[in-house]
Design a protein around this ligand. Structure first.
Ligand SMILES: NC(=O)C1=CN([C@@H]2O[C@H](COP(=O)(O)OP(=O)(O)OC[C@H]3O[C@@H](n4cnc5c(N)ncnc54)[C@H](OP(=O)(O)O)[C@@H]3O)[C@@H](O)[C@H]2O)C=CC1
Ligand SMILES: Nc1nc(=O)c2c([nH]1)NC[C@@H]1CN(c3ccc(C(=O)N[C@@H](CCC(=O)O)C(=O)O)cc3)C=[N+]21
Length: 292
């Protein structure tokens, strides 16, 4: 019962207010373009909330919807034209793309300076090298929540479960950059429980409902649950994370809920990246309220 609840919704609201303040300081409104291919229900929901958040922060936001049977060339052409559009500062291609489309080739069409998702090879390279590139939103948001709980990660052990390009891998790099001792676990890890129990900071990004149970958590650990899984419970559809929240909160020191944890931070960090990209593209200093 002891765990502190990490309120991602409140932290995201604070960050969005800073972003709105920063946006108002720029010569021209930041422009965010979201590309949505197909009609995946979950993607529609995420994209709608991104659109709303962008408008609330005073951005010029636009969603480009393409049919599910779009050709590779048609999708790439839309991304390239947004790349050439001066009013667009950030481009986000909602993933996953429908089967048959090559995601890597589409992402490669995003100019580095507009890569607000941090997914291009150039952004990933900068993350590895410790450069100034745009940092993927979910890992960035997770780090901000961790920092609020534990400002200094030196001497701490961090375990990241999951190694995707979108979440696990960049999150591990960010934790390493902040001096944590980092272990990355995945589907081939032997004795996941033993590995997780070593963690002062346990981050779970797997996509398996309630995979992490309380016996896998070190007492007092900070638990960051990135997972978003829709499940049917008692005839109702609800969202659960990758961590069994009700039991995990008995042993963890602090834990993010789902919903209301990392999800809202992801969207706030997307806006933050967009305002940073916009300031750079407009040749003005990145406003202090959103720097670092
Ligand atoms: N809150 C948010 O804003 C966001 C939430 N998400 C959510 O986070 C979750 C993860 O997303 P994403 O990283 O894109 O997912 P992926 O499916 O791309 O990656 C999942 C990772 O988990 C590993 N894995 C799968 N099963 C197990 C297992 N039983 N034990 C240990 N590791 C396992 C996989 O290992 P291997 O590499 O060996 O296959 C893989 O590295 C999803 O629920 C997604 O919906 C995603 C993005 C944003
Ligand atoms: N190119 C790309 N970039 C992404 O960042 C990206 C993506 N593709 N594809 C899908 C995942 C998923 N994702 C979420 C963002 C916000 C919430 C979010 O705000 N969730 C709310 C709940 C929303 C609800 O109720 O459905 C919460 O956790 O509180 C969830 C998931 C971004 N993703």
């Amino acid at each position: 019962m002891g765990a502190q609840l990490i309120d991602g919704k409140a932290a995201a609201a604070r960050l969005r207010a800073d972003v709105a303040e920063a946006a108002a300081m720029l010569p021209r409104k930041p422009g965010l373009a979201v590309v949505l291919v197909g009609d995946d229900a979950a993607s529609q929901v995420y994209v709608a909330s991104k659109e709303k958040a962008a408008a609330k922060a005073g951005f010029e936001g636009r969603v480009h919807r393409l049919p599910a049977d779009s050709s590779q060339n048609a999708v790439e052409e839309v991304v390239r034209s947004l790349g050439a559009d001066d009013a667009v500062d950030g481009i986000l291609v909602q993933l996953p793309l429908p089967k048959g489309l090559n995601e890597d080739a589409v992402i490669a069409c995003i100019p580095t300076e507009k890569d607000v998702d941090g997914l291009t090879a150039a952004s990933a390279g900068q993350l590895v090298l410790g450069g100034e590139g745009l940092v993927p939103c979910t890992p960035q948001g997770s780090m901000l929540l961790i920092r609020d709980e534990l400002p200094d990660l030196s001497g701490k052990t961090a375990v990241v479960v999951g190694r995707s390009i979108l979440v696990g891998k960049p999150l591990a790099l960010l934790l390493l950059e902040k001096n944590a001792t980092v272990t990355v676990a995945h589907s081939r890890t032997k004795d996941l429980g033993a590995v997780c129990r070593e963690a002062d900071v346990l981050c779970v990004a797997v996509g398996r409902p309630e995979l992490v149970t309380k016996d896998m958590i070190k007492p007092g650990a900070i638990v960051i649950d990135v997972g978003i899984n829709r499940v049917e419970r008692g005839g109702e559809s609800k969202l659960v994370g990758d961590v069994a929240f009700d039991e995990a909160k008995e042993v963890a020191g602090a834990i993010t809920p789902v919903p209301g944890g990392v999800g809202p931070m992801t969207i706030a960090c997307l806006l933050r990246n967009t305002v940073v990209a916009s300031a750079r593209r407009q040749g003005v200093a990145v406003p202090e309220v959103v720097a670092d």
